[in-house]
Design a protein. Structure first.
Length: 269
């Protein structure tokens, strides 16, 4: 098995190569998802990705975990899942990753975070096999893109670009009709993570368990597989489709859901 040291050394070399490629003429990264972040007392911190996936998805989660662990502020580790594929309920302090045939409803993937104030307390990722079992989306490129992007949202990252039709930016945090070159994070993504996690939370991290214990029970009892359970729309893409939904439970407790729709020419919405 590859050691953590060898993975980080290889990852650092990859990140350096990406950074050198993008250095000339690149814009500063600025694609955080509001102020949401995981509370922690130090960097790097480790986040567990619960594997509730069928075997066809396991290699893509492994790639995603390795890619994001290149970051100098966080590591991910794949752990045994604690949820059913359909409900995909996240436990405190971790992320559950699930796949299922969620229906011909227009979305390829969703990422949901539970928050207390600006602190993420848990997260879940779903990928929709209703589309990934079709010839159009049953490809390495589409599976890597969507898995990488939805897990990226769980850290507090937003998209670098939301236009399906313009040239690819070489990152999984970019919308595209042709995902071949948008398979992995790029230097801007790692830079943005460093910005998001440039501080440590200290006492906030120590008291987060109390905040979680005080959270409304309904936050852990919802099935978030469709728009009817996502709450109100709080942001839209340029084409008018919703991009963010919010369920507000009061006292700073919320569930925020980010949606990866199919390209508009291929979907119902």
């Amino acid at each position: 098995m590859e050691t953590k040291l060898s993975k980080r050394s290889a990852g650092s070399a990859i990140a350096t190569a990406i950074a050198l490629t993008l250095l000339a003429g690149s814009a500063d990264a600025d694609h955080s998802w509001s102020t949401y972040h995981w509370a922690r007392a130090r960097n790097p911190f480790t986040l567990g990705l619960g594997d509730n996936l069928s075997s066809v998805w396991d290699p893509y989660l492994q790639t995603t975990s390795s890619d994001w662990s290149v970051s100098n502020v966080l590591d991910t580790t794949i752990v045994a899942g604690q949820s059913s594929q359909r409900r995909c309920r996240a436990a405190s302090g971790r992320v559950e990753v699930c796949n299922g045939s969620y229906g011909n409803n227009g979305w390829l993937g969703i990422a949901s975070i539970s928050v207390s104030g600006s602190h993420i307390t848990s997260g879940s990722v779903r990928v929709n096999d209703t589309y990934f079992n079709t010839a159009q989306y049953n490809t390495t490129a589409w599976r890597n893109l969507v898995m990488c992007q939805e897990v990226g949202h769980i850290f507090g990252l937003d998209h670098q670009d939301e236009n399906f039709s313009n040239p690819n930016l070489g990152t999984c945090m970019d919308y595209t009709n042709s995902p071949g070159s948008n398979q992995h994070p790029n230097a801007h993504d790692y830079e943005q993570l460093s910005t998001i996690y440039s501080h440590v939370d200290g006492s906030a991290a120590a008291t987060l368990s109390a905040a979680e214990a005080d959270a409304p029970p309904a936050m852990t009892q919802l099935d978030l597989a469709g728009p009817g359970q996502w709450g109100r729309v709080i942001a839209r893409y340029a084409d008018g489709r919703p991009s963010l939904y919010e369920l507000d439970f009061g006292r700073g407790y919320k569930i925020i859901t980010h949606v990866f729709w199919v390209p508009q020419s291929n979907g119902r919405r």
